[in-house]
Design a protein around this ligand. Structure first.
Ligand code: IVH
Length: 780
């Protein structure tokens, strides 16, 4: 961070402004790289917006100092016009992160389960250091280096061939007799500690920009316009993968590394094979011990399923391969003073306590706020205002307090009292809600104000424009705040009417003509929006990005989606049915037995001392546990009979069951959607929005397959595939996967020991396939 960062813009001198702009250009580029290129932001959106805004304000005051590489001149990390674009034949993926042994075990278990391996079957993984550099894909045609490209957004990178030809560690020709016609070799360009320090010394001597870290230095050095400059930079390269290839060169990751080594690449000598999570984590710890003395920067250990054929089967979930994960090293915690605790209100009304800290560097980033999670967390750690606390950034963006140094506790350290009244202007009584399914009280406290609560409204709008939702460039938390404050917007639809408020925008500080044009253009560009993003942007509880994508794929159009939710709402069980469903110890089978017998039970004759056991005597097949559960739950036999009779008339109907049985949905998410569509306020906001935007349909990925658009249910034990893998295949081929059989089901794939779903399919006349028939059907 620059030494002038805390100086207000109006107090900056010319020289200070120049230095600040240089520092900002560097920092913003770094954060954009982290955000766009690595999908691994180093700052919160708010912190990042603050940097961009400061840059804009300084440029406004000192227009002569605007740099050629000013962040105001480009967006994202990919839009650099310096280099030709290069489209990757095979996308360059990034990796999901693990931060604990539990995460690693979960990863190993997921892969094993997906592959349907039984306990005894080995599944070897490689473990290799995660090099802190930037990834590069190099194409060789008949063994000769043809092009080299950075990752960019994973689909399209920058052609840096001329620069890569200057890196001695990258062979221009493959040292092999029969090179494949075409092959992409992938790996990490990095700078070792010695090279990095030397480079910075030289930069200082020249009065040139110094690099914040080795990764930046490597990125900056590779992406020089003049390849001769790159030639002077000590860049190195570790190869670890292949991309597109006309012929496979290995069967396993280990073999691949060995082949690349023979072909003249440097590969990492710490790559080893292990059969389970224990082995992987032991190697991680070992590498952690070596880390200080390796001579180059690493930020974790990457685990990969060794067998390449299994990697193919495991495939990709959203952006990450299912066959690999990066086990990150924790950032070292920093110590600082807890100045105060504030309450922040989230989009769904959750009150989160936030620590205000004396600013401290954590993993290279200045931190002055950290999350304290919830009321219980503060009590468990006995955190008091005035304490000296340890702050850590655990890979994700939000720093957290992980402990306190009690020895340093001042005598006047104050206990924090969590508010029972929301600090929002509505002053709602905050409640800790009981979860419908688990029956547990939420740790989170909530304000019930919803859109009436200004904090929730603001968060809602922030969510609406965020990168994974509407993704409106130039409209972030900072702008939302200003527009709300000035009354320019109040609901999402208003964003699309900002174009009519140009005059008001022009009056705002920090909004010049160009930035207003850019903003309005960015808004117009989003008037057409895909159904998946639209559903996600609505911000319905429990409907995240993955679920939204799934719903969009399953229904294709907004109208069909809306109709399905409406149908599900009409088919929803009544309150009494739900009340019976959540009784601990009753369970769905016993519940249904009770409901089937609802005609046979009648209220007790006498008003006093009525015996529930007597009342349920006519019900066949209730077990003792269920009886006990009912006795514990109901104290009034008359009321019990009324509820059972009402519940029997209010059973869920098929449309509701179909909806929540969609693979990846569930009752809680379904109910949340139904409640959203039943809320008058949500509907009026939605209709207003629909008058401004156009939702584009989502077409199933593959239309020309035998099962595209069909609804498939898997049941029983499959032999050649795991259930998870079979589902994934079906989805990839454009099918919908459901967990329940109805008249709308097209195929039921029945494995061994298929039970009630098979029976139901037969009774409904739904086509039943054996596993072999299914495999045959999807073969071409
Ligand atoms: S494998 C699909 N192996 O980490 C997996 N990546 O967060 C492709 N990285 O973009 C990557 N060392 O730039 C792999 N030994 C290693 C790595 C490594 C560093 C980087 C790479 C990737 C990022 C993912």
């Amino acid at each position: 961070m620059s030494e002038y960062r805390n100086t207000p813009v109006e107090n900056l001198t010319h020289d200070m402004a120049r230095a600040e702009l240089a520092a900002l250009a560097n920092e913003i580029r770094m954060h954009r790289d982290a955000y766009y290129v690595d999908d691994n932001p180093t700052l919160s959106d708010a912190e990042f917006d603050a940097l961009e805004r400061r840059n804009a304000l300084i440029e406004q005051k000192f227009p002569k100092l605007i740099r050629d590489d000013s962040p105001s001149k480009y967006v994202g990390a990919k839009a650099s016009t310096k280099f030709k674009k290069h489209t990757h034949h095979v996308p360059m993926l990034s990796l999901d992160n693990a931060f604990s042994k539990e995460d690693v075990t979960a990863f190993v278990d997921r892969a094993r389960k997906f592959l349907g391996l039984d306990k005894a079957a080995p599944l070897p993984f490689t473990a290799e250091p995660k090099i802190d550099g930037l990834s590069l894909s190099i194409t060789y045609l008949s063994g000769v280096l043809k092009t080299a490209s950075t990752r960019g957004d994973g689909k399209e990178g920058e052609d840096v061939t001329a620069n890569v030809l200057q890196i001695p560690e990258i062979p221009r020709t493959l040292h092999c007799e029969n090179p494949p016609e075409e092959i992409e070799i992938r790996g990490e360009v990095y700078m070792d500690d010695e090279g990095f320090n030397e480079l910075n010394q030289n930069q200082i001597a020249k009065g040139a920009q110094i690099y914040a870290n080795a990764r930046n230095a490597a990125a900056g050095s590779l992406r020089q316009i003049d390849a001769q400059v790159t030639a002077t930079r000590p860049l190195k390269f570790f190869a670890y993968a292949t991309g597109y290839e006309t012929a496979p060169i290995a069967k396993t990751q280990m073999e691949l590394i060995e082949t690349l080594e023979k072909w003249g690449f440097k590969t990492n000598p710490l790559t080893k094979i292990f059969n389970d999570a224990d082995g992987l984590v032991a190697h991680y710890n070992h590498i952690g011990e070596l880390r200080e003395n390796l001579g180059y920067e690493i930020d974790g250990v990457v685990y990969k399923v060794n067998e390449l054929a299994l990697q193919d089967r495991l495939g990709i979930v959203t952006r990450f391969p299912r066959w690999a994960i990066a086990h990150k090293f924790p950032a070292k915690p920093s110590k600082t003073k807890l100045l105060d605790i504030d309450i922040q209100i989230g989009r769904t009304g959750v009150l989160t306590p936030v620590a205000r800290l004396e600013p401290v560097a954590v993993g290279g980033v200045m931190v002055s706020n950290a999350t304290l999670h919830n009321e219980d967390y503060i009590h468990e750690l006995d955190i008091r205002i005035g304490d000296t606390v340890f702050v850590q950034r655990a890979g994700d963006v939000i720093p957290q307090i992980i402990g306190i140094d009690k020895d340093l506790r001042p005598h006047d350290a104050a206990v924090f009292h969590f508010p029972h009244i929301c600090p929002c202007p509505l002053k709602t009584v905050v409640s800790r809600i009981t979860d419908k399914e688990s029956g547990e009280t939420e740790v989170a406290a909530r304000c019930s104000g919803e859109y009436d609560c200004p904090h929730q409204k603001k968060r809602h709008l922030e969510h609406f424009v965020s990168r994974t939702a509407y993704d409106i460039d130039g409209l972030g938390p900072r702008q939302i705040e200003i527009f709300l404050e000035k009354g320019l917007i109040s609901a999402p639809a208003d964003i699309f009417r900002l174009k009519d408020k140009r005059n008001a925008l022009e009056g705002l500080e920090g909004f010049g003509e160009t930035s207003i044009n850019n903003l309005l253009n960015a808004i117009e560009a989003r008037r057409n929006i895909g159904l998946d993003r639209f559903i996600y942007a609505l911000g319905v509880r429990h409907i995240g990005q993955t679920t939204s994508g799934l719903l969009a794929r399953n229904f294709g159009s907004w109208d069909r989606f809306k109709q399905a939710v409406t149908d599900a709402a009409n088919a929803r069980p009544n309150d009494d049915f739900q009340r019976l469903s959540v009784i601990d110890g009753l369970g769905p089978v016993m519940r249904d037995k009770l409901l089937e017998a609802s005609d046979k039970i009648s209220p007790p004759d006498d008003l006093f001392g009525s015996d529930l056991l007597e009342v349920i005597r006519p019900v066949q097949g209730l077990n003792t546990k269920a009886k006990q559960a009912l006795l514990a739950h109901f104290h009034d036999a008359k009321e019990f009979v009324e509820i059972v009779k009402s519940a029997a008339n209010g059973k869920p109907k098929q449309a509701y069951i179909d909806f929540f049985s969609q693979d990846g949905m569930g009752e809680v998410a379904t109910d949340a959607l139904i409640e959203f569509f039943q809320s008058e306020r949500a509907m009026s906001g939605l209709n207003d929005l629909l008058s401004e935007v156009i939702i584009t349909e989502i077409v199933a990925a593959k239309q020309d397959t035998a099962i595209a658009g069909k609804t498939v249910v898997f049941t029983g034990t499959l032999q050649t595939l795991s259930r998870e893998e079979a589902k994934q295949q079906a989805i990839n081929l454009g099918a919908k996967v459901s967990g329940s059989v109805s008249a709308k089901t097209d195929y039921v794939v029945a494995g061994a020991e298929a039970g009630s779903k098979l029976t139901k399919a037969q009774s409904l006349g739904v086509k039943v396939l054996t596993e072999a028939e299914w495999v045959e059907m999807i073969r071409d």
